[in-house]
Design a protein around this ligand. Sequence first.
Ligand SMILES: Nc1ncnc2c1ncn2[C@@H]1O[C@H](COP(=O)(O)OP(=O)(O)O)[C@@H](O)[C@H]1O
Ligand SMILES: [Mg+2]
Length: 259
Amino acid sequence: MTETPSAAASPTSRTERGHDVRVRREGELGDSVAPIIRVSDLQKTYKTARGELNLFHGLNLQVEPGEMVAIVGQSGTGKSTLLHILGALDAPSAGTVYCASTNVAQLGPRQAAAFRNREIGYVWQFHYLLPEFTALENVAMPLLARGSNKREAFAVAENWLKEVGLEDRADHRPGELSGGEQQRIALARALVNNPRLLLADEPTGDLDESTAGRVFDLVERLHVTHGLTSVLVTHNMDLAGRCSRALRLESGKLTPLAV
Ligand SMILES: Nc1ncnc2c1ncn2[C@@H]1O[C@H](COP(=O)(O)OP(=O)(O)O)[C@@H](O)[C@H]1O
Ligand SMILES: [Mg+2]
């Protein structure tokens, strides 16, 4: 799956973003802060050759704005499926899923694409950068694809390369970058549209320990400076321990985890 290109935004618009989030919260509830993710009684059923696979059993999740939540769990428990559902890349079979003020289950394909463009930055275990394009072009791609003018898109992308510390790699193709550098570029591309939510599926899973730590440092910094709410799937308990809280996906449910 590929992330759909997204709205232009400059990394300098943090203040606006903070303001934006506050306005939306007030607009929703009139008083207190509304959760940015609210999942109730989620179910997901896959039809397989061996019959139905019920992945979740009344799964609930609430994430407040600004939280950085780690999700851990054994392979095959449905972590990626949960992120796909939160990011409107897959539909729930039952239950309610509110994500960034949107009932994602009710979105049609075009609305889902627009929702992802606006609200979601997605990072995967493998970077999925386009090999024939430079780092700068990869970061600018979501802006170019939605019709931003080239000069503007490259200026914004260049700022993002600076933010992830790779301005001197602008002309490199993904094959000429290390694994850690590729993930930094993937992060810049995910955030170039200034989304509210960062969903990351084992973003450091393919990296050695020290590189993973440094990429995670960057995720943490971007999370704070851009006022993001982040949900990260990881197998690394040290990294999970650096999040606001950690949850384990097991037997179809999320339970708090002491890390
Ligand atoms: N499109 C699909 N059709 C059928 N089964 C699927 C599909 N996607 C995932 N699954 C199954 O759902 C389970 C959970 O998958 P996944 O969400 O990728 O788990 P995790 O990310 O925790 O390893 C796995 O058993 C997987 O085989
Ligand atoms: Mg997975």
